[in-house]
Design a protein around this ligand. Structure first.
Ligand code: FAD
Length: 472
């Protein structure tokens, strides 16, 4: 059966006894509209998303996930899978269908001798970092502890350790998955290698990952934090950054952003609400060399307006920017891959930064060179190993009356800057932008993804995602 029409549980044709049967098989809770928990349970991170699922199943274990997949498929229900609920366009939820909320599945088992961690599919980055930090170990993930590890990893996953140790997918050894037919498989280089290839960047298209096995690295404290400069220096800083970082040691990561300084302690009051150029640094090399690495950075443009770079536990860095994007913030974002920061594009970037609405909106560059760039093309579906940055344009506000303004700024900025990009967008930083944009993101890997999708999910049960159309 091809699920073209999706039904709601209130529509005739779905046997109420089937719902009762489903509820009875679950170890977790099944939440209905009207239940006291429903309003909170249906919310995702982005406050702009206002969807009303027919049912929300809080999954406690793999058995619950299998039951949920079978129930949705057999009853022709739209199925959404929620990891951390951080996805911009709200692809962790849906209207009228079934949401499988994996958040109760948040266990982490670290094997310090093998330097690996087995992480359940509903974990957040913070939950994993907490568990591995106890052993002085970490794997590259993102930059906010509240983000879901599931969605982040399946889309690629880049953050403070990407130049040193690659993307999250580059450190993935194995996954356990529930497929569209309800079967359970383990995928790795040895078992279902086609599936293992596809999930390393292809998102949630191929099934539900109930656990990930990651390689870990010795990362305990890092020399890290933000440095801020005034906008009058910014063209020089961008020229320097574009040359300096690609030639810096892999251990150094610097995410450059145009931000508004939050109007609150501990930020110095004269800086409040000013648009400034920030670089969030992370040096994960030898602590003995950190001061030497940063000396030229600290003096290159005079003393930075703010310098909070110093030694800290890695999880402190990972949660340092959480307050900028609290749960419920309104978000609209777009992204491109970028190869170089040219003279003309720098001027336009500064122009758009100065038009940025005050608040949490930002324009930023996440480096993806270093170790992430040394993974051969085609080894994973992530198709921009040759690009140096993911440029992200985030419209964000706590005030829904400002939504039109942040959306307009994000769209205008993308229109202005896209001609200077490498093409394609990063699936984790996209809204719902259409099939062409998804294909452009995967470049020549799209056809192979579409064939693997046809093998594992021919009827497109897993369609609430940046969707890859099954193709035989
Ligand atoms: C504040 C903030 C900071 C961010 N920072 C970064 C960053 O530094 N680096 C980066 O790469 N990205 C970052 N992101 C983007 C983030 O990676 C994506 O939004 C991602 O989709 C979030 O995953 P999630 O599990 O929280 O999302 P959800 O909304 O729960 O799910 C997103 C998609 O993934 C699928 N999915 C989730 N878990 C599973 C699973 N276990 N099995 C199968 N499918 C699953 C869902 O079905 C859905 O299609 C950030 C997002 C936010 C809001």
């Amino acid at each position: 059966m091809v699920i073209d029409e999706v039904r709601t549980v209130s529509e005739p044709g779905i046997d109420p006894a089937a719902i009762d049967g489903f509820a009875a098989t679950l170890r977790g809770t099944l939440i209905f509209p009207g239940d006291a928990e429903y309003e909170a349970a249906r919310q995702v991170h982005n406050g702009m998303i206002d969807r009303r699922p027919a049912l929300i199943a809080r999954c406690e274990d793999v058995g619950d996930v299998i039951a949920g997949v079978n129930f949705a498929r057999d009853n022709g229900l739209l199925l959404a899978v929620r990891g951390g609920g951080h996805n911009g366009p709200g692809l962790g939820t849906c209207d009228d269908g079934l949401v499988l909320d994996l958040s109760p599945m948040d266990g982490v088992r670290v094997d310090p001798a093998a330097r690996t961690a087995r992480v359940e599919g509903g974990c957040t980055l913070g939950e994993m970092d907490h568990a591995t930090h106890a052993f002085g170990l970490a794997t590259p993930l993102g930059v906010n502890s509240t983000t879901g590890l599931g969605g982040l990893t399946l889309g690629g996953g880049m953050g403070h350790l990407s130049r040193h140790y690659g993307l999250a997918i580059d450190n993935l050894l194995e996954v356990d998955m529930v497929l569209a037919d309800g079967s359970f498989v383990t995928a790795s280089e040895q078992q279902h290698p086609d599936l293992f290839w596809a999930i390393r960047g292809g998102g949630g298209n191929f099934g539900i990952v109930t656990s990930f096995l990651f390689r870990l690295h010795p990362v305990s404290t890092v020399y890290a934090g933000p440095m801020l400069w005034h906008m009058d220096l910014v063209e020089d800083i961008l020229h320097w950054y574009g040359e300096f970082l690609p030639n810096a040691p892999d251990e150094l990561n610097g995410t450059l952003m145009f931000i508004s300084v939050p109007p609150a302690d501990p930020f110095p009051e004269p800086l409040w609400n000013q648009t400034m150029c920030a670089i969030a640094w992370c040096y994960s090399g030898s602590p003995d060399q950190a001061e030497d690495i940063f000396l030229p950075i600290r003096t290159r443009f005079g003393t930075p307006a703010l310098d909070w770079v110093g030694e800290m536990p890695y999880p402190v860095l990972q949660s340092m920017f959480d307050a900028v994007f609290p749960h419920g913030i309104q978000m609209y974002w777009k992204a491109d891959f970028v190869n170089e920061l040219t003279e003309e594009s720098i001027k336009l970037r500064v122009q758009q930064a100065l038009r940025k609405p005050v608040g949490s909106s930002l324009l930023g560059f996440h480096p993806i060179d270093g170790a992430a760039a040394r993974v051969p093309d085609g080894a994973t579906p992530w198709a921009y190993r040759d690009a140096k940055w993911v440029e992200v344009i985030v419209g964000a506000t706590l005030d829904p009356t400002e939504n039109d303004a942040i959306i307009a700024w994000a769209r205008e900025t993308w229109d202005v800057l896209h001609p200077f990009s490498a093409g394609g967008g990063y699936v984790n930083f996209m809204m719902e932008e259409g099939a062409d944009r998804i294909q452009a993101t995967y470049r020549g890997n799209y056809d192979r993804l579409a064939r693997i999708k046809a093998r594992y999910d021919p009827n497109n049960l897993f369609r609430v995602n940046q969707n890859i159309t099954p193709r035989t």
